[in-house]
Design a binder for this molecule. Structure first.
Ligand code: VGL
Ligand code: ZN
Length: 247
C-alpha cells in the first residue's frame, strides 16, 4: 500500500503505563515502538495521542468503593470497564515511552481529561458524542486516510478506528504495530466490528517501501507545490451527512 500526502499516522497511547512495568501494562506494549519507527518516515503527517486522566478519574476502580480493576460499572453513558489508576496527568506513567522518537509529530492530542467520562477513542469520548476535536483538525487539514498504531489494539486503537470510519475517514490498522489487552473477548469483538465497518487490517510490511520520504510524501513541499488534494468533496459530503451538526 502506497502512502500518500493525505495520509496521517495516528500513534495511540504509547505511554509508560501501558508498557511493561506500567500501571496498566499491555503484554509486549513496548514492542510496538520498533515497527512504528520503521514506518513513521513514510508519513508526511503524524499525530500522537496521550491518555491523560485527572486523579480520581471515573475509570479508576479506586474511585468506586468495593470495586476492583477490570470489573464494570454502569456510567451515565453506559457500561464502563474499571482500570487500575493509570496515565495520571503529569505522572511518569503518563509520559510517552522514552524510546518513542517521533519529534516530527504535528499534534499531541490528550484525551480522558474529563473527570466523569472516559475516552478510549481519539475522536469521541465514551458517550460516543462528545468530540475531542480531532475530526475537525484532520478535516481542516484535508487528511482523509488514518493509519493507526499503538496501544491498546482492542481499546483505544480499536475505538479510534471505528470512529474514524463512522466519520467518513478511511481507517487502516497496522496490526503488528499494536498490542492488545484482550479482556473478556475484546479482541474478537473489536475485529468483528472492524469487519462490519470496513476498518482495514494490514501489517507494516505491506506499506510500500521507498528510498525517499520527499518523493513518497511530498514532505518539504509547500501546500501549493503538493498539488491537488484528492477526495475533498466526496469526503465533506460523507462527513456532513454523518454529522450534519458539524458540517
Ligand atoms: C486504554 C484502557 C484505559 C488504551 C486507555 O489506551 O487502550 N485502555 N485507558
Ligand atoms: Zn485510560
Amino acid at each position: 500500500m502506497q502512502i500518500i500526502q493525505q495520509d496521517v499516522l495516528l500513534v495511540i497511547d504509547v505511554q509508560n503505563d501501558f508498557c511493561p512495568g506500567g500501571q496498566l501494562a499491555v503484554a509486549g506494549g513496548d514492542s510496538v515502538i520498533e515497527p512504528i519507527h520503521q514506518i513513521a518516515p513514510r508519513f508526511a503527517h503524524i499525530v500522537l495521542t496521550q491518555d491523560w486522566h485527572p486523579a480520581g478519574h471515573l475509570s479508576f476502580a479506586s474511585a468506586h468503593a468495593g470495586k476492583q480493576p477490570f470489573e464494570q460499572i454502569e456510567a451515565s453513558y453506559g457500561p464502563q470497564t474499571l482500570w487500575p489508576e493509570h496515565c495520571v496527568q503529569g505522572s511518569q506513567g503518563a509520559e510517552f515511552h522514552p524510546e518513542l522518537q517521533l519529534t516530527q509529530a504535528e499534534l499531541i492530542l490528550r484525551k480522558g481529561f474529563r473527570p466523569h467520562i472516559d475516552s478510549y477513542s481519539a475522536f469521541f469520548e465514551n458517550d460516543r458524542t462528545t468530540p475531542t476535536g480531532l475530526a475537525g483538525y484532520l478535516r481542516e487539514r484535508k487528511l482523509t486516510r488514518v493509519f493507526l498504531a499503538g496501544l491498546a489494539y482492542d481499546f483505544c486503537v480499536g475505538y479510534s478506528a471505528l470512529d474514524a470510519r463512522r466519520l467518513g475517514f478511511e481507517a487502516i490498522v497496522l496490526r503488528d504495530a499494536c498490542r492488545a489487552i484482550d479482556l473478556n473477548g475484546s479482541v474478537a469483538t473489536i475485529e468483528s466490528e472492524f469487519a462490519e465497518t470496513g476498518v482495514v487490517l494490514i501489517d507494516t510490511a505491506e506499506i510500500t517501501p521507498g528510498d525517499g520520504v520527499e518523493e513518497a510524501t511530498g514532505r518539504g513541499l509547500n501546500d501549493a507545490e503538493q498539488g491537488e488534494i484528492r477526495p475533498a468533496e466526496e469526503f465533506y459530503e460523507k462527513f456532513e451527512s454523518t454529522y450534519p451538526e458539524l458540517g
